[in-house]
Design a protein around this ligand. Sequence first.
Ligand code: GLN
Length: 513
Amino acid sequence: MTEGRSGLFAAFSKGNLVSRSSLMEAFHDSGILEDDIRYLPLLKRLKSCSEQLTEADFQGLQECSPALFEQVLSGQLAIPQFHDFCADVEDIYDKVSLIKDGKLADYIPQLQRVDPEKFSISICSIDGQRMSLGDADDSFCVQSCSKPITYCLALEEHGEEEVHRYVGAEPSGKTFNELALNSKGLPHNPMINAGAIMCGALIKAGSESADRFDYVISRWRDFAGGAKIGFDNAVYLSERQTADRNFALGYFMREKKAFPPDADLLDVLDFYFQCCSIEASTKSLSIIAATLANGGNCPLTGVQVMRPDHVKNCLSLMSSCGMYDFSGEFAFKVGIPAKSGVSGAILLVVPNVAGFAVWSPRLDELGNSVRGVEFCRRLVSRFKFHTFDSMVGLTDDRVDPRRNLYASRFGGITALCWAAYGDDVAEMRRLVAIGIDPASHDYDRRTALHIAASEGKLNSLRYLLSLGVNINPLDRWGKTPLDDAEMQGHQGASSLLAEHGGQRQSAPARKNN
Ligand code: GLN
């Protein structure tokens, strides 16, 4: 521990002092915000220090928030290059904000009146790194984004087996409020209206409705790490008044004897309307999504809000049923567990990495936010977030932001160069199989082919050539592998390269030097 600490001090110190602003900058760049309760005690102390900190000051700071301090300063966070990641997300946000397609939900006046231009995105990583863009402080009713939480709360109270005696786990293939039940007369899944009404019937069934509502709101706040969660009474009243379809679903399920024995239908429906009317911003929703991404543990408070196995159930159903009638295609193209609501919100959970919340009220015909869906598509076209992007051997240009770019990418290249140097084709093959590009180069633009040529390693050369890598890459001194082989007097390597089209570039390069 002490060793680690002095190592950290040494890394940040200049002339045996550490500048306060460099520390604050490290936290800021890592996405640790000033209202983060883990950071507050440290920040308070930091602000009371002078600009130049001694090792004793530094250790005092460390003691305020030891885990966070070490994580941030040693770069051990879920998204190591958070600043770069945010710049990419901002670029996506700017492009998506140009989209004007879709129209507002119009079944209640409160949703019809929302400014259609509203747009926000918030991110919270599983280590509590946060960033928001646009109207991220505006609150909106969460609508169907409440369904995953309602399901989680039902699971927590009754367990998987009991809950699924009342609700299925299959996509319905129909719209979210379709008057349809499965072959057992039960709702298809908890992510559509019938299923959410049913899960609601399982939560604190014997309690007064006021107590039950208090309970649910307090659980929402646990998920959101204390961030603002409200209630929109006007939406609730409207929902209740224009709820013919939900009443019809309720009566249909009652007719099929689908509800638990003591359920009071009107009370159950009322509870469902209340859940749809819970109010949040993308800032608070992204923390909820991050709690789900983090196996039910809220990244900001460290509180285990939900059991990981229940979160796993919830994410599985979000993956297959969370985007209304678009769920299958969304799972195919985007491949991230998500849940949308007709207010234009989308809750997006990248397991073990981060939670995202997007809000833009204009909807497509299926009821999903147009910009929200486009944001998701672009997100996975830039980052390896699709559930199956972890597939061995899958290589493309997209970034995996959970890996330290320098340590992982350049670590891979270095390993490949060392394997070429050792003429170890089996190791090279293994590295290529796990996704290292055989044509990649280090900071001097040296490739494995340059190394194999310089060292006269014929097996490595043959292997690299069999992969079809560019035979004449130029390093920073303008040298090709053939130049290297000739310069080191490796006859065999030179002929092999020449046979495959290897060329010399040394003459112009020397001129440049
Ligand atoms: N509150 C609305 C309903 O129950 C919409 C829910 C949703 O977001 N799909 O019909």
